[in-house]
Write a protein that binds this ligand. Structure first.
Ligand code: ATP
Length: 237
């Protein structure tokens, strides 16, 4: 038997309660071990798509599997394989770095002191700050804490929703490096971005989404050329 892909999305549509159709029959395969970027302007449907894959948004039609597990019927198995770093930097002011990641790991019924969390915090340069309250950390460090939290239960696939939105150039490069290092540990990465440059820098493949439609999936080196050939003009900022 062949290994199932990290993610298989087929004919996925989503209409919100007000009737707005945020996704229109999206088909997408994410390969094991790759960095995949979803590129598109504001409101294109990027967050809706990753929230649907993570089981937070219920699709109107279509199906999603995570390493072969149906993300609705086999939700627990699918969920255990997924880590999500949301767009908003929501952290508990008075919690420490350690309490945040260890609570999160505990939710998945995993031991807190088996060395996994220490490895994650060291990899993200957070180990020395493990006893600091989150409110005292810089924006860049808070982002790292949210990544550590998402990795706390040893997911195989990590979703990062606009990891560099509102981030200065230096911190952006820093995030790119963090993502590449994670990939080198074998984690499949899916991220969303508004920036063509960022998609090309970070990803192995790029999917372009516009008004709820996945209009192009390309290896990163062919992206600019293909956008030009198809005369796709994105209103990116
Ligand atoms: P951004 O880059 O601004 O984060 P996005 O590509 O992630 O945008 P989504 O957040 O998926 O886009 O939103 C897609 C569309 O769906 C937008 O027009 C948005 O207003 C709409 N939308 C999102 N959530 C809801 C909701 N709960 N009810 C109705 N419409 C919604």
């Amino acid at each position: 038997a062949t290994m199932p892909h990290a993610i298989e999305v087929s004919s996925l549509s989503k209409s919100y309660a007000d009737g707005f159709q945020a996704l229109k029959s999206v088909d997408l395969t994410i390969r094991d071990g790759e960095i995949f970027a979803l590129l598109g302007p504001n409101g294109a449907g990027k967050t809706t798509l990753i929230n649907a894959i993570c089981g937070i948004v219920t699709p109107t039609a279509g199906s999603i599997t995570v390493s072969g597990y149906d993300n609705q019927k086999d939700y627990r198995q699918a969920r255990a394989l997924i880590g999500l770093v949301p767009q908003e930097l929501t952290t508990e002011a008075f919690e420490t770095v350690w309490s945040t990641v260890s609570f999160s790991r505990g939710l998945f019924g995993k031991p807190r002191d088996d060395g996994h969390l220490e490895r994650v915090l060291r990899d993200l340069s957070l180990w020395n700050k493990r006893n600091n309250k989150l409110i005292t950390l810089s924006g860049g460090m808070k982002r790292r804490v949210l990544i550590a939290k998402a990795l706390s239960h040893e997911p195989r696939i990590l979703f990062l929703d606009e990891p560099t939105a509102g981030v200065d150039v230096e911190l952006r490069r820093d995030m790119w490096e963090v993502v590449r290092e994670l990939r080198d540990t074998g984690v499949t990465i899916v991220l969303t971005t508004h920036y063509i440059e960022e998609a090309e820098q970070m990803a192995d493949r790029v999917g372009v989404i516009n008004e709820g439609e996945l209009i192009l999936i390309e290896e990163k080196n062919e992206l600019m050329q293909k956008l030009g050939q198809k005369q796709i003009i994105l209103d990116l900022n």
